[in-house]
Design a binder for this molecule. Sequence first.
Ligand code: IMP
Ligand code: MG
Length: 180
Amino acid sequence: MGRDMRIKALQELFPPSLIEERVRGMAAEINALYAGKPLVMICVLKGAFMFFSDLVKHIRVGAELDFVRLASYGESERSSGTVRFLKDTEIPLQGKDVLVVEDIIDTGLSMEYLQRNLQSRGVKSLRIAALIDKVERREKAVNVEFSCFTVSGGFIVGYGLDYAERFRELPAVYTLEFEE
Ligand code: IMP
Ligand code: MG
């Protein structure tokens, strides 16, 4: 799928009310698991920005917040397998419980890289919270402990997720339909 693909339509998949319900549910699970622990929540920019900001509003364990940005697909929709940091964390992670907050896990390549990298810094624990677990094209077995939604495939936009930097601002999640 290249940049020449024409967008045909957006099909609403998850409305804002359902997203809010799932995000609150996830926050409750996180609060229960990390009660009394020194949690660092890491937002994977840019796609997780809206999910992260809604999620952390319901977190009650005194978490520290940080941000990373990984080299992304650019305007193509397929993972290259080569991942690097465009922005690294700023908070020391050694000995801490770390929760990576990601928009969507697709092939798992980015998350596998990020996990390996963060593990090497001596974190106490490392888990993943994803808005969407997209299972069809998984290449690396990554354990997604928390997810709001599981989808088989398709290209998803809205609520932070983009296609060529468009649609991030939408408050619902949509499937993108392309012209044949
Ligand atoms: P992975 O390395 O293949 O798991 O892809 C991870 C990243 O690709 C995600 O964090 C997204 O930024 C992007 N991505 C994968 N699938 C989609 C999608 O359906 N819509 C928007 N972005 C996606
Ligand atoms: Mg992402």
